[in-house]
Design a protein around this ligand. Structure first.
Ligand code: FES
Length: 161
C-alpha cells in the first residue's frame, strides 16, 4: 500500500517526464548536486522536459521544493553576504541599512550607560561617519568600530563628529 499523501516521503521512483522516463529522484538529485534553478538546466542534464513540455510545470515545482528542502537558496544568500563582507564593496544602500541596524541593536545599547547616543551621519565608501551627543573614550570608540567591522565589513573606517 502506497501513501501518496505524505509530503515527507515522496516516491522517488515516480516518473515525472514520460517522454524520457525521468523519475522524481533523478530531478531532485540533479538540483541538489548541481544547484540547479531552472527547468532548462534539468532538460540539459537529463532531457526531462525537452519533449512534449507537458512535465515542465511539475519540474518547476520539484526544483522549488528541492531547493527549499536542501536549503540551497539560504546557502547562496549566506555565501553572498560573506563575499560582500570580505570584499568591502557593499552597495551604499545596504551599508546604510546595516549600520543603522548595528547602531540600534548593539552600539546605542552599549553606550547607554555612558548616556551617549550615536546616529548615522554619512556613509562614503567604507568610511562610516557617526554623530554623537557626547565624546567617546578611545576604548568605546574601538568597541564601536569592532562592532561595525564584525557585523558589516572588515574594511570599515569609523569617524565620529
Ligand atoms: S513528459 Fe516531459 S517532456 Fe514530455
Amino acid at each position: 500500500m502506497k501513501e501518496k499523501q505524505q509530503p515527507e516521503s515522496p516516491d522517488l521512483k515516480e516518473v515525472i517526464c514520460f517522454c524520457f522516463g525521468v523519475e522524481l529522484g533523478a530531478i531532485r538529485e540533479a538540483v541538489k548536486k548541481n544547484n540547479y534553478k531552472g527547468v532548462e538546466q534539468i532538460t540539459r542534464y537529463c532531457a526531462a522536459g525537452g519533449g512534449c513540455h507537458g512535465c515542465q510545470p511539475d519540474i518547476r515545482r520539484i526544483i522549488d521544493e528541492a531547493r527549499q528542502e536542501f536549503g540551497l537558496d539560504q546557502m547562496e544568500a549566506e555565501k553572498l553576504e560573506q563575499a560582500e563582507k570580505k570584499s568591502g564593496s557593499l552597495p551604499a544602500i545596504k551599508m546604510i541599512r546595516l549600520v543603522e541596524k548595528a547602531i540600534q541593536e548593539k552600539i546605542n545599547p552599549l553606550l547607554k550607560n555612558e548616556q551617549i547616543q550615536v546616529s548615522l551621519d554619512e556613509v562614503n565608501g567604507d568610511i562610516v561617519i557617526l554623530k554623537t551627543n557626547n565624546e567617546l573614550s578611545p576604548s568605546l570608540l574601538n568597541d564601536v568600530e569592532a562592532i561595525l567591522k564584525q557585523d558589516i565589513c572588515n574594511s570599515i573606517e569609523l569617524k565620529i563628529i
